[in-house]
Design a protein around this ligand. Structure first.
Ligand SMILES: Nc1ncnc2c1ncn2[C@@H]1O[C@H](COP(=O)(O)OP(=O)(O)OP(=O)(O)O)[C@@H](O)[C@H]1O
Ligand SMILES: [Mg+2]
Length: 325
């Protein structure tokens, strides 16, 4: 686990009560993200985890303005990203990039790798001609490919190599912040660690800040400084990676962690597994009060009536739960 010193670093991005609601037929509203608040410090990796459909990608997309927020605000480097003029917006889209889950669908099959990586530089008028090609070659080498690859097409590459191309594309405009939306989930287990290591090295060399999305807690543990656990459009718990694993306080986090097998067979045998009953409720009609109340074994009356706030119960340890003291 990385032991970066993060105290005293400024926030590069702040998300305040962010909501993204989608209209989905018959006048129904789907509350994909429903009041999320957190911030990420310069050079930090914030892991964002939760089951499929809980709103992780929507949060990440709204943070870089691929989606217009329904409510709330995103502050990047002191600026509200919803209130940028054209010039500021162009500068913001250069500073905030995304790496996608599916390295097959996210690269245009008709473009050469060189043009895929160079496209951002063209859009932002950064480099032309020889300088542009030199930068493309440099980026290919940085991500562990080589310059001969520039004239090839995406189908000639493996999943892991394609993800490296996606990373080179994101880096081409020299961003400060990258949303990594499940960048390793579609890769072979043997390749996953290589891509995570590459992302960590790049972060250190270039001072990058990451939002690292995954639905499995074991995937984010290694790379994240802090982790936010999401459930049905809301953040349930947020703290350092170590504290989240050693002393999870929210019943949902405890259940997620108890589902991860422990390599030591003796510990594994005595492990207390918490089985989550029922399915995740629909974000179209989420439960009143606490979003987790339908599946929580500690549920009390107050949980059905009032949504718990994300409170700092210990230094740097935030929990949204009425039961946790
Ligand atoms: N463009 C859209 N229009 C309507 N509903 C959407 C849209 N995008 C996402 N949703 C819905 O919003 C909810 C959150 O989706 P999102 O993709 O953010 O979840 P996720 O946590 O990233 O899931 P996964 O782990 O499967 O990627 C889901 O119910 C999804 O169906
Ligand atoms: Mg997603």
């Amino acid at each position: 686990m990385s032991e970066k010193k993060l105290e005293g670093r400024k926030n590069i991005i702040e998300v305040n009560n962010l909501k993204k609601h989608f209209k989905v037929g018959k006048g129904q509203i789907l509350k994909a993200v429903d009041g999320v608040t957190f911030s990420i410090r310069e050079g930090e990796t914030l892991g964002l985890v939760g089951e499929s459909g809980c709103g992780k990608s929507t949060t990440g997309r709204a943070m870089i303005r691929l989606y217009e927020a329904t409510e709330g605000e995103v502050i990047f480097d002191g600026m509200n990203i919803q209130r940028l003029n054209r010039k500021e917006l162009k500068n913001f889209t250069k500073q905030a990039q995304m790496i996608f889950q599916d390295p097959y669908a996210s690269l245009n099959p008709r473009m050469t790798v060189g043009d895929i990586i160079g496209e951002g530089m063209d859009i932002h008028g950064l480099r032309k001609g020889k300088e542009r090609m030199a930068k493309i070659y440099e980026l290919l080498e940085i991500v562990g490919l080589n310059r001969e690859h520039a004239s090839r097409f995406p189908h000639e590459f493996s999943g892991g190599q394609r993800q490296r191309i996606g990373i080179a594309r994101a880096l081409s405009v020299e961003p400060k912040f990258i949303v990594c939306d499940e960048p390793i989930s579609a890769l072979d287990v043997s390749i996953q660690a290589q891509v995570v290591n590459l992302l960590e090295e790049l972060q250190e060399e270039m001072g990058l800040t990451y939002l690292f999305i995954a639905h499995d807690l074991s995937m984010v543990k290694h790379i994240s400084d802090r982790i936010a656990v999401m459930y049905l459009g809301a953040v349930m718990e947020l703290t350092t990676s170590k504290v989240l694993y050693d002393e999870p306080l929210h019943p949902y986090t405890q259940a997620l962690l108890s589902a991860i097998p422990i390599p030591d067979p003796e510990v594994e045998r005595s492990r207390n597994r918490i089985i989550l009953e029922g399915d995740v409720p629909s974000p179209i009609n989420p439960p009143e009060g606490c979003k987790f109340q339908k599946r929580c074994k500690y549920v009390k009356d107050i949980c059905r009536e009032k949504a718990p706030e994300l409170r700092e119960v210990k230094p740097e340890h935030f929990v949204a739960c009425h039961i946790v003291k």
